[in-house]
Design a protein around this ligand. Structure first.
Ligand SMILES: [Fe+2]
Length: 136
């Protein structure tokens, strides 16, 4: 398990220039930065429930919004994209369960999980989907 560097701040180049998608990506990034700051202190285990709360909000509101947007444009990769979102949601649920059952290392594991999602899904998968749709 390796932790990649997280950018200091949200950069212009991360935007896909679809307002609601950029807004939800920036929301995710803000939560990621909060978790990163928490893992550097000793408060993470006590405060991690707030991070889970924010992530559930993100999944419940934004992922579905994105799928509706893709569906409206008949995006052919929607099914696969939906599955990727499900993998993310399942991962969060599993980590929440680990936290509830007192497993240690939840903070670090969640940080790696979210960082991977940030790079692999937000900056790559979502960006490619929007690029495809814009080119239609
Ligand atoms: Fe997505």
């Amino acid at each position: 398990m390796q932790q990649r560097n997280i950018p200091e701040e949200w950069l212009e180049e991360f935007n896909v220039n679809v307002n609601f998608i950029d807004a939800q990506h920036q929301y995710f990034f803000k939560v990621l930065k909060e978790l990163e700051a928490m893992t550097r202190s000793t408060i993470c285990r006590e405060k991690i429930s707030e991070i889970f709360f924010s992530l559930v909000h993100y999944a419940d509101n934004y992922l579905i919004q994105e799928e509706i947007y893709f569906k409206g444009l008949n995006y052919p990769g929607l099914k696969e994209h939906h599955l990727k979102h499900n993998v993310f949601v399942t991962g969060i649920i599993n980590l929440k369960d680990d936290y509830a059952t007192g497993k240690t290392q939840v903070c670090d594991t969640l940080l790696v999980f979210m960082t991977d999602y940030f790079y692999e899904h937000i900056l790559d998968y979502d960006a490619r989907a929007v690029e495809y749709l814009k080119a239609l």
